[in-house]
Design a protein around this ligand. Structure first.
Ligand SMILES: *Cc1c(COP(=O)(O)O)cnc(C)c1O
Length: 484
């Protein structure tokens, strides 16, 4: 399966070789009682190598990874855009990186001011009354928002509101969060234009409706055109409106969920606001709410009293803490830096370029691939590999072939309402040359599908690891490397 030597750090191990030197113990030695079961009797089976060997090992591994800094990464819905390096400088300032969450608030006023200003900026950007920075990711924000909606209904005695409506074009986390928050997720269909079917929405909304969760732009990259009608339908039935704003880079500075009538919105600072992500985090998923929902926010609440920042713990209606301490502070510093660097005009430009780049690419690629929804898109678009499938080349094959061209593939087989889906999000930070090169690669692959399908079916050819046997990989995973 490996096309070349994998770093064999275990095989290079020599007994007694060390790659570190530790300072002499300068504190008194203590004897602690440890239960026998937990006492190690043999040394850990770790490779014994020099510092240089281990350095080369990790550097070699890092080169085999694909990241935004090494190449184009058009992973739809994930917003893999450039992470400005000034964010890293600021996050590493000692006043931000050497503080402890258990310090007394009076000793960390600067950090609290940053959090407060970030909250205020996000309130302006979303048009919401109050924002909490506690949730650690988008899905965590969804769950937090739904728990607040649930607390509000319960406070009003509306225990029968047990259903959350989720369009089939929503992000996959939406129905999952609804279920984890104790609701029943009800699907509403999309119409032939890829938008929420209003007739179907009217059919499912009733006195049991707790909320509608809307991903906007939806996972087809399309802006929902009938939000006002949806808001009226749901609000008149006593339900609340939830806005999944993970992909706010499509509408920044142009439209605000608060103005559209939404009661709750979450953002992904690790997408729109340049927090580095991938590989599972860390993220930050702030949630904004209307004045009506403000009492239910997770506690404590950060407040400014005179000129001092304080935490308010006395919040009887709060859903409680959703995370230890105060959210992923380091990601919040990066988002704050980004917002201050860009300014209001810069943030507007973000959505202009995100939308322009996506539409440019979509119009070039629709010449070679099936495009199920033909109206203009927002920050991303979804192609279908239907045409190529007839030639025996699946979307999965094309995604693998893109690796040979040095690209991270787009999201595939999602959303599920598009056959052989291929979801592309170029993001606003890419130059036109990069977009053109990717379009060329896609065009060559479409041509190969017609003329030389094996080339695509057997890809990738140039990567360290070739085509996996995905069934065996899932059923019998080999999760460790080294001595058996
Ligand atoms: C990424 C994403 C989420 C989930 O965010 P996580 O931080 O991965 O939990 C939710 N909704 C949309 C539209 C997204 O793109």
């Amino acid at each position: 399966m490996f096309n070349e030597d994998f770093p064999v750090i275990f095989e290079r191990s020599q007994p007694g070789r060390v790659g570190y030197s530790l300072p002499e113990l300068d504190v008194p030695e203590v004897d602690i009682e440890i239960e026998d079961a937990y006492v190690r009797t043999e040394d850990a089976d770790l490779p014994e190598v020099s510092e240089l060997q281990i350095m080369r090992h990790y550097t070699a591994l890092s080169k085999r990874n694909h990241g935004v800094d090494s190449g184009f990464y058009p992973l739809g819905s994930c917003t893999m855009k450039y992470n400005p390096k000034i964010n890293e400088d600021v996050a590493r300032m000692p006043g931000f990186s050497h503080i402890h969450p258990l310090q007394q608030p009076e000793t960390v006023q600067g950090a609290l001011e940053l959090m407060y200003d970030l909250q205020s900026s996000l309130e302006i950007i979303t048009g919401m009354h109050t924002v909490t920075l506690q949730p650690a990711a988008g899905a965590h924000g969804e769950w937090t928002g739904l728990m607040m909606i649930r607390a509000l209904h319960e406070k009003n005695g509306d225990y029968h509101r047990t259903k959350v409506i989720v369009p089939d074009s929503a992000h996959g986390t939406n129905p999952a969060s609804a279920t984890v928050a104790g609701f029943e997720a009800i699907t509403v269909k999309s119409n032939e234009r890829g938008l929420v079917d209003l007739e179907d929405l009217r059919r499912v909304v009733d006195e049991h409706t707790a909320a509608l969760m809307l991903t906007n732009p939806n996972t087809l990259g399309l802006f929902e055109e009938h939000i006002q009608e949806m808001a009226t339908i749901v609000h008149e039935a006593g339900g609340k409106l939830y806005y999944d704003g993970a992909n706010l880079n499509a509408i920044l500075g142009y439209a605000r969920p608060g103005d559209m009538g939404f009661d709750v919105v979450h953002l992904n600072l690790h997408k729109t606001f340049t927090g580095p992500h991938g590989g599972g985090g860390p993220g930050s998923g702030p949630v904004g709410v209307t004045e009506e929902l403000e009492p239910f926010l997770p506690k404590p609440i950060l407040k400014k009293e005179e000129n001092v920042y304080v935490f308010e713990e006395d919040r009887p209606d709060s859903i409680g803490r959703v995370k230890p301490y105060f959210g992923n502070f380091g990601i919040n510093v990066r988002a704050y830096t980004y917002i201050r660097t860009m300014g209001p005009e810069g943030l507007r430009q973000v959505s202009e370029y995100a939308v322009l780049n996506a539409n440019y690419m979509m119009r070039e690629l629709e010449k070679h691939f099936d495009l199920p929804f033909t109206q203009h898109c927002k920050h991303e678009f979804v192609l279908s590999g239907k045409k190529q499938k007839k030639l025996g080349v699946r979307t999965l094959d094309m995604a693998k072939r893109l690796l040979d061209f040095g690209y991270h593939p787009p999201t595939i087989y999602f959303p599920i309402n598009v056959e052989e889906a291929l979801m592309v999000e170029p993001t606003e930070t890419e130059a036109k040359e990069t977009l053109d090169e990717f379009i060329d690669a896609m065009r060559s692959i479409a041509k190969e599908a017609e003329e030389n399908p094996e080339m695509v079916q057997e890809a990738p050819h140039t990567t360290v690891v070739s085509r996996m046997d995905e069934t065996t990989a899932a059923r019998k995973p080999v999760l460790r490397h080294g001595k058996k």
